[in-house]
Ligand binder design. Sequence first.
Ligand code: NYM
Length: 211
Amino acid sequence: RMENGGGRGALIVLEGLDRSGKTSQCARLLSFLQGKGCLAEAWRFPDRETSVGKMISAYLANESQLDDRTIHLLFSANRWEKRNLMESKLLGGTTLVVDRYSYSGLAFSAAKGLEIEWCKAPEVGLLAPDLVIYLDVQPEKAAERGGYGGERYERVEFQKRVAEHYHSLRDSTWKVVDGSLPMETVQEQLRELAMNCISECQGKQLTNLTW
Ligand code: NYM
């Protein structure tokens, strides 16, 4: 069993374009961590289970129309409604492997043309990740992977703009992993990054996003 000495869990976020492989990699990483005896849970944003999440889901499926700023704030609210639970899990020693977070919120909304500073404002005060793993895949390659599911934003031109915004958001917590490498290779890199992060975060306080 991997002991964390009663310390806190790590907040590990996976980011990347649509079809970059985040969801499969998150699932594999979670089983790996649990197999090591580590307390860990997989989370994702949007969390489509809440009432805000249901509005987001309908919007993404093109079943409802919402103004760009309104949907941006709903995505943000969807993170805020989970903030307290997230904090208590982390302080209780559970590591969270999160499929998308604030960076998705900024990169996708900015790709529509919203000002980045405006986009950042509602994200201030959410928990800051200990590690952000960006799965780097060319937009064209991502589109070839079994195609897109037909949700909003799943178009190559749009994804290219999202990639540019992601690029400008990189900070010291980011690690870029080449998502075009074989699944197993990517997973090995994620495992190492995650294990290091979990042991290193022990001595560090949880902080908030400041942007
Ligand atoms: N998305 C996701 C946003 O536009 N803003 C956000 O804050 C978040 C978390 O939702 N195309 C977009 C990115 C995706 C879409 O995500 C749904 P997923 O991971 O396919 O369920």
